[in-house]
Design a protein around this ligand. Structure first.
Ligand SMILES: [Zn+2]
Ligand SMILES: [Zn+2]
Length: 294
């Protein structure tokens, strides 16, 4: 006799992966060899398709973070590209590859020329990825659960000038239940590492691009609930220093505004964020003298 199988609860879970790739030409990896960008791109496309391949319900978004703007490489707003099956490749995979490559070449051709190196707008791009995730979650069908994560691939140095946006993004992601994974391709990134730690994501720093796809598939492809069962790189000690709001440098000890919690490395009588005026710390007030008995 055929037993009725209980409905698979796994079918109602949708895994949404947003990949944020830094395409800023000022990155050291790309400056050294512009061919590295296409190497990174190929790895990302293969990785994104591997994510889609795991489950029919899985969703993918790819964003590019440039020095002047953030753009969606996949999915694109408006009409989708028309893709015909080539060499037996699944159409959805060729659609990802073609859309990403076409959009990126369009962005690179239309980017303003750089005379000096400019920082990447990573914090802004992260906010955009979060907005996209929030929209997908809002529009999800009743009964479907969306598990989202963001993977950032960057060879830029993080800049403490975006400190406030970073912190807002990290705590919003934590509140939305979005896991933040970071793959650093150049220097170690202490601010983004804090974001990984806060949201329960993985941080990986690679010093060369060889085997990039293998690393991505090993560390970042399994979803966060599965990762506990795998042997992954041990978590590094996170540097939880904050950046001062005056010079955007990481500091050990500083002054905190008691009204808006802004951090400063030196005492200033007026908070530059909320304009509260503080008393200059003077000598301790002396006790009022007792009146002499007459
Ligand atoms: Zn300072
Ligand atoms: Zn203040």
């Amino acid at each position: 006799m055929k037993k009725s199988t209980p409905e698979n609860p796994d079918r109602n879970i949708v895994n949404l992966l947003a990949i944020l790739v830094d395409t800023n030409p000022s990155q050291r990896v790309i400056r050294q060899n512009p061919g590295h960008l296409s190497q990174i791109l190929d790895a990302i496309i293969a990785f994104g398709n591997a994510h889609l391949m795991q489950k029919a319900q899985n969703k993918l978004a790819v964003l590019s973070c440039h020095h002047h703007a953030t753009d969606f490489l996949y999915p694109t707003p408006g009409k989708q590209l028309e893709v015909r099956q080539i060499d037996g490749q699944y159409e959805a995979f060729s659609l990802v590859e073609k859309t990403v490559k076409q959009r990126l070449s369009h962005i690179i051709c239309n980017a303003p020329k750089l005379n000096q190196s400019a920082e990447s707008l990573l914090a802004g791009s992260l906010s955009m990825a979060l907005c996209y995730i929030a929209r997908v979650q809002r529009n999800a069908q009743a009964g479907t659960k969306i598990q989202s994560r963001i993977l950032v691939l960057t060879g830029s140095n993080e800049c403490a000038s975006q400190y406030m946006t970073y912190m807002n993004v990290f705590f919003t992601a934590q509140k939305l239940g979005v896991v933040l994974d970071i793959c650093a391709l150049d220097k170690s990134l202490s601010l983004l590492q804090q974001g990984c730690d806060i949201t329960g994501g993985q941080y990986l720093r690679l010093t060369q691009l060889d085997g990039l796809l293998q690393y991505l598939l090993w560390v970042f492809l399994p979803d966060p609930s599965m990762r506990q069962k795998l042997v992954l790189p041990p978590p590094a000690k996170v540097d939880y220093r904050a950046a001062c709001f005056c010079h955007r440098e990481l500091i050990d000890i500083g002054y905190v505004c008691s009204v808006c919690l802004s951090i400063f490395c030196k005492f200033s009588p007026i908070c530059t964020t909320c304009h509260t005026v503080f008393k200059v710390p003077g000598p301790l007030p002396s006790r009022p003298k007792k009146k002499k008995k007459t």
